[in-house]
Write a protein that binds this ligand. Structure first.
Ligand SMILES: Nc1ncnc2c1ncn2[C@@H]1O[C@H](COP(=O)(O)OP(=O)(O)OP(=O)(O)O)[C@@H](O)[C@H]1O
Length: 207
């Protein structure tokens, strides 16, 4: 983020061949997003959406092709510029919502005002004393998303972010994504649900 509070990282993936367990699951995939961009990855179960997200993050090495963030290879830059939301929310059952969110804020050098804002952005401020192990699936997803908001990372990679969210939760997610993009952030999400993110590219995997 620069002095004016804007992100400026772009992502380029070119001619990717991806394999899982020794089997090619996707071939010839390319994708690009400039600051402020969003890409929705769609496609049937097993098409390779999660695999592509992992390759974009730098966690999975492509068999062929390249992923770069503003020109830097993903395996080098990915851990610094991406925030990852997987299928699992990764919350500790005994930790309260407040503890989970405050920890994320501290980890990313954010203050408690930012933590409060993230709780409010996902409308989970009233749940702050509840242990994460006693949340509903949608409430738990909201906490995981609040932690993404606190990451301060320019590129969000979200795997089924709206899976268990209700309509109000999907609206809050859309608003959070819109504010991130307005700051020059990039959001790439795999989804089975139609998500109303204005101007997002839709890329069908395995078509
Ligand atoms: N750890 C693994 N080892 C071997 N094969 C795997 C592994 N994980 C996934 N696969 C295979 O890779 C292919 C792509 O899986 P991936 O999870 O990327 O699909 P997806 O499009 O995200 O699916 P879904 O919509 O069900 O989440 C599938 O055929 C899957 O069986």
């Amino acid at each position: 983020m620069d002095a004016s509070g804007q992100y400026s990282t772009d992502i380029r993936a070119e001619a990717l061949t991806l394999s899982r367990g020794g089997r090619i699951v996707a071939d010839g995939l390319s994708l690009a997003a400039d600051p402020g961009g969003a890409v929705l990855l769609t496609g049937r179960n097993g098409a390779g959406k999660t695999t592509l997200l992992r390759a974009l993050s730098g966690l999975l090495r492509p068999e062929a092709g390249t992923v770069t963030f503003s020109g830097a290879p993903a395996r080098q830059a990915g851990p610094m510029v991406t925030a990852w939301l997987g299928h699992a929310d990764g919350l500790k059952p005994g930790e309260t919502v407040r503890e989970a969110v405050d920890f994320a804020a501290a980890l990313h050098g954010r203050d408690l005002v930012a933590a409060d804002s993230a709780l409010e952005a996902l409308a989970i401020d009233a749940l702050d004393e509840r242990p994460c192990g006693r949340l509903s699936r949608g409430q738990s997803r909201r906490v995981a998303l609040a932690r993404v908001l606190l990451s301060g990372r320019p590129v969000w990679l979200l795997d089924e972010p709206a899976g268990p969210l209700d309509a109000a939760g999907r609206d809050l997610l859309a608003q959070s994504v819109a504010s991130h993009r307005a700051q020059g952030g990039v959001v790439i999400a795999a989804t089975h649900q139609p998500l109303d993110w204005p101007g997002a590219q839709v890329m069908e995997i395995g078509a």
